[in-house]
Design a protein around this ligand. Structure first.
Ligand code: PHE
Length: 349
């Protein structure tokens, strides 16, 4: 019986076959278990001679089963290791890497330039109230400037706790109000963010990005404004020969107000910011910023004394600055999410 059992164990092809052999030999109803049961009916002499033989048979079969089982497991592991071998000489799969959008990159660049001049970054909500977006900025209900903003209003019943109408902010200037109301002067902040106007063509999208600047301190004058903007524009466009032209303008929240142009020259048919616009054949001026001294009425609306505190403010389009710096010509492409466009301008790998 022993050699037959061992032969069958050796012939078992897998763990399942092996398990049924174990049940057949050593299970409760198994043949070897049956032999062990016969010991009870034997005479002591028979038991003494037969007992050890049956025990030895049981151990031999048990050992054979265990060894065969171990062999199956080792073979399975071998097979698994062989199939999972890594070929480290193969090229690694390309992980799809994201990249920074030009608008985000320009906002980072702006924050960095202004941080060097001691400006902190302030933020405000894109859903703003009528008072902070208009009234506190000296744009009362009937002011014609409201019509120029093409405002997205929320339904009339959706007012805030102060009973103010709600809207999508049309500029970053309400962050001026929020900062002056929440912070003791002196103040030096920039506020980059999204703004909304109902307008769409090659140079306008209903959502775009602005950056606001605000300085409130004692004895601030137009010279400080001019120096700040000149230093900023030269750092941003990375050229020391960027020249500025200040033109009188009008914004309800600044007095006096100035629009700022930068000089451009033409190289290989492309407009480049910097250089002497009058010396260059096709050179000229390009408007880049609105600014001015903060209107006394705005300072008063924020519960500050305009005889004690003065300042300047400026605002400009981030998308426009990105277009000028990186030579892009259609604003709408900024928000199409077309990776080929980003690649063309070097913003995606
Ligand atoms: N808020 C103005 C605009 O959106 C820009 C501006 C900001 C002008 C601050 C003057 C001072 O056009």
């Amino acid at each position: 019986m022993g050699s037959e059992a061992l032969a069958r164990i050796a012939a078992a092809q897998d763990a399942t076959a092996l398990e049924s052999l174990r049940v057949e030999f050593l299970g409760k109803q198994g043949s070897i278990s049956g032999l062990l049961k016969t010991l009870g009916k034997m005479t002591p002499e028979e038991r003494q001679s037969e007992g050890p033989k049956i025990q030895a048979l049981r151990e031999t079969v048990q050992t054979a089963l265990t060894e065969r089982k171990d062999a199956f497991e080792a073979a399975a592991l071998e097979a698994q290791l062989a199939s999972e071998t890594l070929d480290l000489t193969l090229p690694a799969p390309q992980a799809p890497a994201g990249s920074v959008h030009p608008v985000s990159q320009v906002m980072d660049e702006l924050a960095e330039v202004f941080a060097d001049m001691g400006f902190a970054v302030a933020t405000g909500p894109e859903i703003e109230d009528d008072w902070r977006n208009f009234t506190a900025l000296n744009i009362p209900e009937t002011h014609p400037a409201r019509a120029m903003h093409d405002t997205f209003y929320f339904p009339d019943q959706m007012r805030n706790a102060d009973g103010q109408k709600m809207l999508l902010r049309t500029h970053t200037s309400p962050v001026q109000i929020r900062t002056m109301m929440n912070q003791e002067p002196p103040i030096r902040i920039i506020a980059p963010g999204r703004v909304y106007r109902s307008d769409s063509d090659a140079t306008h999208t209903p959502m775009f990005h602005q950056i606001e600047g605000l300085v409130i301190d004692k004895g601030i004058n137009l010279g400080h404004l001019k120096w700040t903007l000149e230093t900023f524009l030269r750092a941003f466009f990375e050229r020391d020969d960027v020249v500025l032209r200040l033109r009188p303008s009008y914004f309800p929240f600044t007095e006096p107000s100035v629009e700022v142009d930068v000089g451009y020259t033409v190289i290989n048919g492309k407009r480049v910011i910097g250089g002497d616009p009058n010396a260059s054949e096709n050179g000229g001026w390009m408007e880049v910023l609105g600014s001015g001294m903060v209107n006394r009425k705005v300072i008063e609306a924020c519960n500050l004394d305009p005889d004690e505190w003065q300042g300047f403010a400026f605002g400009t389009g981030v998308d426009r600055l990105a277009m000028l710096k990186y030579g892009m010509d259609d604003l709408r492409a900024f928000f199409d999410g077309d990776i080929r466009w980003l690649k063309h301008y070097g913003f995606a790998a």
